[in-house]
Design a protein around this ligand. Structure first.
Ligand SMILES: [Mg+2]
Length: 187
């Protein structure tokens, strides 16, 4: 990287900025008449153990996002934290998702005044890694492992579904987004 060039950061939405899983669980419980507890989700592909297909997972995911006004941020003061991140880096929202949820996500980002340069939607998380970013802030264990393999830096947002990923030269864990800023400043 050239000296003085601002780092380009790919900032994830689901599970990193927006705490969408409680809403996913709410929709699932309503539709299936179940009592799944959000706290019990400790695996990335948890829907397999529920006996539902990936397609069904995404159908519920879309329905959860249609209730975007009820989806909470992952942490308090997120507006200010992301504003600070934008002063330090070039921040793009980079999100893997189905097209039908794009308008809901954009509404959510607007509501929570999340500042960013570009909004990049990819059809699948794997595509993120081929985009020209210096740093990824994400909660996906699969992305973290692929990034490490490709020697790209990931700040892995600590969530119950990514605990199995080990830290290493290309993966650093963060408990919150303020820690991401500290890491970038000290780098
Ligand atoms: Mg995510």
């Amino acid at each position: 990287m050239q000296p003085n060039r601002k780092k380009r950061v790919a900032l994830d939405v689901d599970g990193t900025l927006a705490d969408v899983m409680p809403m996913w669980v709410k929709v699932y419980n309503e539709e299936y008449n179940k009592n799944l507890d959000y706290q019990n989700i400790s695996q990335w592909a948890f829907w397999i153990s529920l006996g539902i297909t990936t397609r069904e997972f995404f159908r519920i995911f879309s329905k959860a996002w249609s209730r975007w006004e009820e989806i909470q941020p992952t942490e308090t003061n997120i507006t200010q934290t992301i504003k600070t991140l934008n002063r330090l880096c070039v921040v793009d929202i980079v999100t893997g998702r189905t097209k039908d949820t794009l308008k809901f996500v954009k509404n959510w980002l607007r509501k929570h005044q999340i500042q960013y340069q570009n909004f990049i939607a990819v059809s699948s998380w794997q595509h993120k890694i081929y985009l020209p970013y210096d740093l990824y802030i994400d909660d996906s264990p699969d992305l973290a492992q692929l990034a490490a393999h490709k020697q790209k830096m990931v700040l892995l947002y600590n969530r119950p579904w990514n605990t199995m990923v080990m830290e290493g030269p290309w993966i650093k864990r963060i408990n919150n987004l303020k820690e991401a800023i500290k890491t970038i400043v000290c780098d």
